[in-house]
Design a protein around this ligand. Structure first.
Ligand code: ADP
Ligand code: MG
Length: 483
C-alpha cells in the first residue's frame, strides 16, 4: 500500500527530485549556502564535509562552478574555486560532490595537452578512455618500493655522464629565469628512453606554454608526451590541480609497469599557489611569506614520484625550482633540496657565456649516482669536476698571465682540457646524447688524464694518486659491494 493521502507523497518519492544532485544513498550530504566571498575565498554555512572535498556552487540556473573545501571555522566552511568565478550571489547553493572518478586515463592521453581538470586545451576534442580515475594518489607502501638501481637515459650528455639519474630518482632543477630550463626539459622529453613523459607546466606565462609545445617540443616531442598546463592566470587551485594531475597521470602509467619521466615546471609556482590559498584562509605567513603548511605540501607531492612495487614501473621526476636573483637560499629551494635525491644547477653565468645547457657541473649532484654507475664512471666524473674546479680556482691568474706553465701539472692539465670539458657539456637543441655514447665520450676525454697522472706518479692504473685518491676510494668503497 502507498502512503495515505493526508501525509503526502512518500519520503522516497519526495527525494526523487534531488536525484540530480549526487546524493548517494550511503552518505547523504546536505547542501549549504554561500554567505561570503572575499577575494577568492568562499564561505558557506550548512555544509558538513571534510577538507579536500569537491563541491559545486550553483551560479545561476544550470551554471555551476567547481570549488574545493580548503578549511573551516566553527560552522563556516571555506572553499576555493577551481576556475575563475563570475556571477556568484549571496545564498548560492553549495552542493557536495561524491568523490567521482572522472579523469580519463590511458594511452589516448599521449600527445595531448590538458588543464588541471583533465580537460583538453589543444582543440583536439575530448579525451576518451575506458579507464577513469580520481585525483587520489595511488598508494605504495614505502617499504615495498624497489630501490633505485638502474640508470635512466635522459638524452643529455652532461647529465648521463656526470650526474647520472636513476629510474625512480627525484631531482631538482635549480635555475633563475631565462637560463634554459624549458629548452632542457624539451630536449629531455624528445631524447629520453623513458616510455612516456609527463610535463606539468605550472604557473608559467600562457605564452610560454604555447612556445614550449609548438617550438621546443614540436610534433615529434609531443608524441610520447602528455602536457598538463595551468598558466599563471589560472586560479591557484587550478595550478595545484595541474601539479597533482600530472603526478596522477605519471602514477597511472607507473602502475602499468612503464618507466615515466615526470617534468614539473615549476615546484616554486606550486608552492606559491599553495601560499595564495593558505594566506587567503588566514594561515599566518612564516618564512618569506610562505605559511608553514606549504612546506608539508611539497613533500606530499614529491614523495609520490619514485619507484613502484618490486617489478613495477618507475617515475623519475625533475622539479624545477626558481632561484630568483639566482638566490639558492630561497625557502622553497631550501625545503626541496632536503627532500630531493639531488639537484642540477643551471648557471646564469654559463648561459651568458653561451654554454647551453648551462649546467653547473660542480654545483650539481646526483645522490643516487653511486648506486647506478660503475666505479670507473664515478672516478671519471669526479676527475672531470676536479679539473673544472682546478681551472676555476686559478682562472684569474691564468687570465692575466700570472700563471707560468709547468708549475703545477694539474693546472696545466686543466688548462689543456678546459675546451674539451666545456665541449662535453655543450649540447645543441636538436642533438641527442644517448647514455652509452655519453659514457664513452666521457671515458675518451678523461682516461688520458687518469693514466697520465698515474704514470707520472709512478703508480699503476689503480686510482691511487695524490689528492684525488681519498674521495674516490670512499666513493668506490660501497660500490664494489653493490655491483
Ligand atoms: N641548449 C640550448 N642551445 C641554445 N640556446 C639555448 C639552449 N637552451 C636555452 N637556450 C636559450 O636560452 C633561452 C631561454 O631558455 P628557456 O628554456 O626559455 O629558459 P627558462 O625556461 O629557464 O626561462 C632560449 O630562448 C634560448 O635562446
Ligand atoms: Mg621556461
Amino acid at each position: 500500500m502507498t502512503t495515505p493521502h493526508n501525509t503526502g507523497p512518500s519520503l522516497l518519492d519526495r527525494m526523487q527530485k534531488y536525484r540530480q544532485y549526487d546524493f548517494v544513498s550511503s552518505s547523504v550530504n546536505a547542501s549549504g549556502r554561500l554567505t561570503r566571498m572575499v577575494g577568492l575565498t568562499l564561505e558557506a554555512v550548512g555544509l558538513n564535509v571534510s577538507v579536500g572535498r569537491q563541491c559545486r556552487v550553483v551560479v545561476s540556473g544550470d551554471k555551476e562552478i567547481e570549488a574545493e573545501v580548503v578549511g573551516f571555522h566553527n560552522e563556516k566552511t571555506f572553499l576555493m574555486p577551481v576556475q575563475k568565478v563570475e556571477g556568484l550571489r549571496p545564498g548560492a547553493r553549495v552542493i557536495p560532490v561524491e568523490s567521482h572518478k572522472n579523469l580519463a586515463m590511458g594511452d589516448h592521453l599521449k600527445g595531448r595537452i590538458v588543464n588541471g581538470l583533465g580537460q583538453p586545451l589543444d582543440g583536439k576534442g575530448t579525451v576518451t578512455d575506458d579507464t577513469k580515475v580520481d585525483l587520489e594518489p595511488s598508494v605504495i607502501n614505502p617499504l615495498q618500493r624497489h630501490p633505485i638501481s638502474e640508470p635512466l637515459d635522459v638524452g643529455i650528455r652532461a647529465i648521463n655522464g656526470l650526474l647520472t639519474v636513476g629510474k625512480g630518482q627525484r631531482i631538482g632543477l635549480f635555475a633563475g629565469s631565462g637560463v634554459g630550463k624549458s629548452v632542457l626539459m624539451g630536449m629531455m622529453t624528445r631524447f629520453t628512453t623513458a616510455d612516456i613523459v609527463v610535463v606539468g607546466l605550472i604557473g608559467e606565462r600562457g605564452r610560454e606554454v604555447k612556445e614550449f609545445v609548438d617550438h621546443i617540443l614540436g610534433e615529434e616531442g609531443l608524441k610520447k608526451a602528455i602536457v598538463v598546463a595551468a598558466p599563471a592566470d589560472e586560479a591557484p587551485l587550478m595550478r595545484l590541480r595541474a601539479a597533482q594531475l600530472s603526478t596522477r597521470i605519471a602514477e597511472h602509467f607507473r602502475d602499468q609497469g612503464k618507466d615515466v619521466l615526470l617534468l614539473m615546471d615549476s615546484l616554486t609556482r606550486f608552492a606559491q599557489a599553495q601560499r595564495e590559498i593558505s594566506l587567503a584562509i588566514g594561515e599566518p605567513p612564516a618564512t618569506k611569506g610562505y605559511p608553514p603548511s606549504v612546506f608539508s605540501k611539497i613533500p606530499d607531492l614529491v614523495e609520490r614520484a619514485g619507484n613502484g612495487d618490486e617489478g613495477g614501473g618507475s617515475i623519475t621526476a625533475f622539479y624545477t625550482v626558481l632561484t630568483e636573483g639566482d638566490d639558492l637560499q630561497d625557502p622553497v629551494a631550501d625545503a626541496s633540496r632536503a627532500i630531493l635525491d639531488g639537484h642540477i644547477v643551471l648557471s646564469r653565468q654559463l648561459a651568458e657565456e653561451g654554454i647551453y645547457p648551462a649546467i653547473d657541473v660542480e654545483a650539481s649532484i646526483s645522490r643516487v649516482m653511486p648506486n647506478v654507475s660503475s666505479p670507473a664512471q664515478m672516478q671519471q666524473a669526479q676527475k672531470f669536476k676536479q679539473l673544472l674546479a682546478r681551472y676555476k680556482a686559478n682562472k684569474d691568474l691564468i687570465a692575466i698571465g700570472a700563471y707560468a706553465r709547468g708549475n703545477d701539472a694539474e693546472i696545466d692539465m686543466a688548462i689543456d682540457k678546459k675546451p674539451e670539458l666545456v665541449n662535453y657539456v655543450c649540447q645543441n637543441i636538436g642533438e641527442a646524447a644517448p647514455y652509452l655514447e655519453s659514457l664513452a665520450s666521457l671515458e675518451t676525454l678523461i682516461l688520458p688524464t687518469l693514466t697520465n697522472q698515474s704514470s707520472t706518479a709512478g703508480i699503476q692504473p689503480k686510482p691511487n694518486m695524490n689528492n684525488t685518491a681519498q674521495p674516490q676510494a670512499t666513493a668506490s668503497g660501497p660500490l664494489t659491494g653493490r655491483h
